[in-house]
Structures are given as structure tokens and as C-alpha cells.
Design a protein around this ligand. Sequence first.
Ligand code: FES
Length: 100
Amino acid sequence: MWTPVANLEEFKDGRLVIRRPEHRRPILLLYTGEEVFALEDLCTHDGGPLHEGEVEEGAIVCPRHGARFDLRTGRQTLPAPRPLKVFPARLEGETVLLDL
Ligand code: FES
């Protein structure tokens, strides 16, 4: 179900971390200027804070040990052992909606 979760005005540097009562982990929203992406904010290697990572070529890079996670699929590189959970996201005007 598409659910409004944030407004672009709340973003800082194209990023916003939100918490949803139904999810154990915080969700990182990323706005690239064209698209919005939503993924869990904790690296699957050792819990690195992905909101502090750089975005490069469609992936976010964990600031701790450099694992990369594809923004669309959550697919990972080592040393992360598992993909990241990603959520379908879209914009309606300035409102960010997630398919939760
Ligand atoms: S905590 Fe992210 S790569 Fe180690």
C-alpha cells in the first residue's frame, strides 16, 4: 500500500532517515534530484550508518568498510554478507510515498 512518509522539505543534502513503527530498522530516503530511493539504513556487514555514505554510480557506499549496495535492488558487494532491504518509492509533488 502506497503510504506518504515524508516531504522533500524535510530532506537535508538529499537525505532523510525515518522510522516506521512496523519496521525494526530505520529507513534511509535518498533524493537524487530526479528519483527517490528508500533502503534500510543499517549495513548488513556490521551495522554501518549508510546515511553517512557516499552515493556513487547508483549505489551507496558504507562509510565503515566500503561495501556497496545497489539503490534499486539492495544487492551488495563484500564485505557485506546479505543484500539490503529496499522499498519501492515514488514522489507525488513534494510528497514521498513508500509501498509498505
Ligand atoms: S559495516 Fe558496512 S561494510 Fe562493514
